[in-house]
Design a protein around this ligand. Structure first.
Ligand code: GDP
Length: 390
């Protein structure tokens, strides 16, 4: 599946670069073009994979290249005012090759949080291809304003895209690691999951002819219907003993069955680990509306039996009849399973986010009411002796 990537804000730009880096390192081809949008000149200058011609500084008239702080309302305003500048760069993409757009942003800040939903809406207005969002939730320790921004942006973003893929920074932080300290590592992890998912079905430089590839329409159908999605991933090394020609010729039917049995079991346990392990957005698997399973690795390891068994298991686990699956054959020392769960609804982190945001909003209203009362009181205390400057 071929994507046009639009990173909004600092996190958006960095994650888009991580995706481009995955593409280059893995020798795959799923990015038609990529761009970064920001209100902060310094953040754009910090990127190294996205060329100058694909970097757009918005809101110059308002914030002079200094960013919007964590003001996502201002982020949304400047994105709306300067949307044409962004769209004129998208216009230079080979859009006839694009299967979908992916708009990426951290939802806790200002530029991405406010700007990404605005730009997604504009893209949907102009293009017939689906527009997906990738929203990154802030860590719980980032503070009330980040939580409030994320809760508000999440609500808007999910309505403006054809599906919102979500990554929760909190779930990915290792103990003792600060949120920012782990970004490079988590961006790489995220890029690997998305990279395997979206490059499945595309011809790759590593040869291996696909038997049952996952084509773009399977991903599009899985994500159709909107809502929120999460991705699971697991991989394992396959160090099969190298067989000589003689032993291959002397391989019996029993050997073949045993090998396939082993591969089928490996696939089953990989799919369980991918689904029940750490998801990009932790949630209750039961109740997912649709799922897509991609198995990537050497063709001999992608057991048909294992795939079928895993699909049935996923149907039972999700309670969904819409579980799609496909192979992504590649020459590799690993076999990997990617599980895309679409239309998830039981997400504790999002409920928590909304609860904390409501509290933060109430606190802020109360504080601003009391502080304006206190200011009035302060000013009144000297008003008998002083005249205001007209
Ligand atoms: P913006 O530039 O105003 O859109 O704000 P940022 O993108 O800097 O920050 C918004 C949120 O994204 C914050 O909550 C951060 O936790 C998160 N964030 C910032 N950089 C990264 C990154 O490289 N990776 C990830 N996963 N999250 C990030």
């Amino acid at each position: 599946m071929k994507l046009a990537l639009i990173g909004v804000g600092q996190a958006g730009g960095k994650v888009v670069e991580a995706l481009c880096e995955y593409e280059a390192k893995a020798g795959v081809d799923f990015v038609v073009d990529a761009m970064a949008v920001n209100t902060a000149r310094a953040d754009l200058a910090g990127l190294d994979r996205i060329p100058e011609s694909r970097r757009v500084l918005i809101g110059q008239a308002r914030v002079k290249g200094h960013g919007v702080g964590a003001d996502n309302e201002l982020g949304a305003e400047v994105a709306a005012e300067d949307a044409d500048e962004v769209l004129s760069v998208v216009d230079q993409f080979r859009t006839h090759e694009v299967d979908a757009f992916l708009v990426v942003a951290g939802l806790g800040g200002g530029t991405g949080s406010g700007g990404a939903p605005v730009l997604a809406r504009e893209l949907r207005r102009l293009y017939t291809e689906p527009v997906y969002g990738l929203g990154i939730l802030p860590g719980q320790d980032e503070g009330g304003i980040y939580t409030l921004n994320a809760a508000r942006s999440f609500k808007t973003f999910v309505d403006e895209v054809d599906n919102l893929l979500v990554f929760d920074n909190d779930a990915w932080r290792q103990s003792g690691e600060s949120v920012s300290g782990g970004f490079d590592r988590t961006n790489e992890e995220l890029a690997r999951r998305l990279g395997v998912l979206f490059s499945a079905g595309e011809t790759n430089a590593r040869g291996a002819v696909a038997e049952s590839v996952v084509d773009a329409s399977e991903i599009i159908n899985t994500l159709a219907g909107g809502g929120v999605s999460t991705i699971g991933f697991a991989s394992t090394a396959v160090n099969r003993p190298k067989r000589g020609l003689l032993s291959r010729l002397s391989k019996t039917a029993d050997d073949e069955t045993r090998d396939d049995g082993e591969a089928a079991n490996r696939v089953s346990s990989l799919v369980r680990r991918a689904t029940l392990g750490r998801l990009t957005l932790p949630c209750e698997v039961a109740g997912s509306e649709r799922a897509l399973l991609v198995l990537a690795g050497p063709p001999a390891e992608i057991s048909r039996r294992g795939m079928e068994r895993s699909r049935r298991w996923l149907e039972a686990e999700t309670g969904s009849m819409e579980v799609r699956g496909g192979d992504y054959p590649m020459k590799s020392g690993h076999v990997a399973a990617v599980v895309l769960l679409a239309g998830v609804t039981d997400v504790p982190r999002v409920k928590e986010l909304q609860r904390v945001a409501i509290e933060a909003q109430r606190d802020m209203h109360e504080k601003s009411a009391t502080s304006s009362a206190k200011l009035q009181e302060l000013l009144r205390s000297g008003s008998a002796e002083q005249d205001a400057l007209e």
